[in-house]
Write a protein that binds this ligand. Structure first.
Ligand code: SF4
Length: 464
């Protein structure tokens, strides 16, 4: 059987799919000068291939089927499996429909969006996989013809899955870029666990299946295959909470070193699941960048969405340690929680600057389908176009802030964080005291200019 695995590039804006926002994906349509630059950088560095499709490829190959990767190219095949997203679902469905008509291929969708909102894809597909795709794909590989909604049970033992296959992927990680640990063209994604053991009510990472982990030896076996396939690989661990288990993370670092794998890697985690000793061990094993959610500076706001706050001194200590070790940091923030107002959002933006991560991402609170937050906010949701649930568009009636104000504050967050001399000093690792004090002085002047511009456009925003 010839099978086409399809990860469509987005119709417009910068779209991340696969494991981003649990698989719903996000779309950045630039709305300011700063977000235009960020969108371009994301296109160059964050276009990571789909690890879900690579696992599907491995299962099909295990049964001797021919696998062809597609970024939108049409081919004569027996079956096509299309990666779904929420933010680009119309484009994906239209493309699948065209493929079906042109080639007569049996077409199906996989992914979180297809699992939770199959009605968006049914009209364009012969089957829609509901759940983690591996068990349905295994049935397909054995000769079953999947039709309609094909329920697929989560993999109980992640070690039993074959390693992701990257045969068709071009060489990655060869072109290094100044100030960025991630090479030009991205890296190789790897899932060392699935799901998340935490309870943040807004998070889509925990709504498809429970938290499960792979054994350390199984992960490092896969890392060895990546090392054998790519020169100087840069691995992107896509687990939402990579250091959930401290002992396991230490064992993983030890095993990477014991096997002499010369890797560089990045991961996503929570700051309260890190300490200097763990960071040092991971850094020795190749950790060069990490991302983490700060979300809001207000502990009370975080508690209201089921998120355990991390004490500020701990956050600052971890960031300081990362700077000393040369580990790049990406902090995520969410604006527009129900208790948020101008003052609390301004405080979160100020905190993002004080924390001084290497990069920051600000998004608007979005009630994603099937999350506990969706159930809570459904009566307030006015947006009916699922593609607008992209993390940058207001979607529900906020008790204190209008959609214009939310967008304004989102734009201000990006401008304030990225347009300041101290960020350049951070990237270039300037430590000389006289230069740092000059940078602080310049920061103050720029901040005052931002404030003047914000006041001017704020009055326009609030009155129009
Ligand atoms: S810590 Fe919270 S936001 Fe992060 S992946 Fe887990 S549930 Fe989601």
């Amino acid at each position: 059987m010839r099978v086409l695995l399809v990860d469509l590039p987005a119709r417009d804006g910068f779209v991340s799919k696969d494991t981003v926002v649990g698989g719903y994906g996000s779309r950045l349509l630039p709305f300011s000068r700063v977000t235009r630059i960020i969108g371009e950088l994301k296109r160059r560095f964050l276009d990571v291939p789909s690890v879900q499709l690579a696992h599907i490829a491995a299962i099909l190959a295990r049964y001797g089927h021919e696998v062809i990767w597609s970024r939108g190219e049409i081919a004569n095949v027996d079956v096509a499996i299309v990666l779904s997203s929420l933010v680009d679902h119309r484009h994906e469905a239209a493309w699948a429909d065209r493929l079906r008509r042109a080639t007569g291929a049996h077409v199906g969708f996989v992914g979180l969006a297809a699992s939770k909102l199959p009605e968006l894809f049914r009209g364009a597909a012969d089957f829609v996989v509901i759940g983690e795709p591996e068990s349905a794909v295994e049935r397909l590989a054995r000769g079953e013809v999947l039709t309609g909604d094909s329920v697929s049970a989560p993999a109980p033992d992640l070690d039993a899955l074959p390693f992701a296959r990257w045969d068709a992927l071009e060489e990655r990680g060869r072109h290094h870029v100044p100030f960025s640990p991630r090479p030009y063209g991205g890296g190789i994604p790897l899932l060392a666990s699935r799901g998340c053991p935490e309870f943040c009510t807004y998070c889509p990472h925990r709504i498809l299946a429970g938290h499960r982990v792979r054994s350390v030896s199984n992960i490092v076996d896969e890392l060895e295959t990546i090392r054998d396939r790519f020169r100087n690989p840069y691995v992107i661990f896509r687990d939402p909470l990579f250091t959930a288990d401290r002992e396991r993370a230490l064992m993983l670092a030890d095993e990477i070193l014991a096997r002499g794998l010369q890797l560089r890697f990045e991961c996503e985690t929570r700051l309260d699941r890190l300490d200097p000793d763990l960071l040092d061990a991971l850094h020795r094993a190749g950790l060069r960048a990490m991302s983490f959610g700060v979300e809001s500076v207000s502990s009370e706001i975080l508690r209201r969405v089921g998120r355990r706050p991390t004490p500020e001194p701990h956050q600052r200590a971890i960031l300081d340690h990362c700077r000393r070790r040369g580990i790049a940091t990406a902090a995520f923030y969410v604006l527009g929680f129900l208790q948020d107002d101008w003052a609390s959002i301004a405080a979160t933006i100020d905190y993002s600057i004080a924390l001084d991560s290497s990069v920051a991402q600000f998004k608007l609170l979005t009630p994603y389908p099937a999350t506990p937050l969706w159930k809570q906010l459904a009566p307030r949701v006015y947006e009916t176009d699922w593609e607008k649930f992209d993390g940058f568009t207001p979607t529900f009636e906020h008790p204190h802030l209008s959609p214009r104000e939310l967008r304004f504050l989102l734009g201000a967050a990006y401008t304030r964080f990225y347009m300041r001399p101290s960020l350049v000093a951070h990237w270039t690792r300037v430590t000389a005291r006289p230069v740092r004090s000059m940078v602080r002085w310049a920061d103050g002047r720029i901040a005052r200019r931002h404030a003047r511009k914000e006041r001017a456009s704020m009055s326009r925003t609030v009155t129009c």
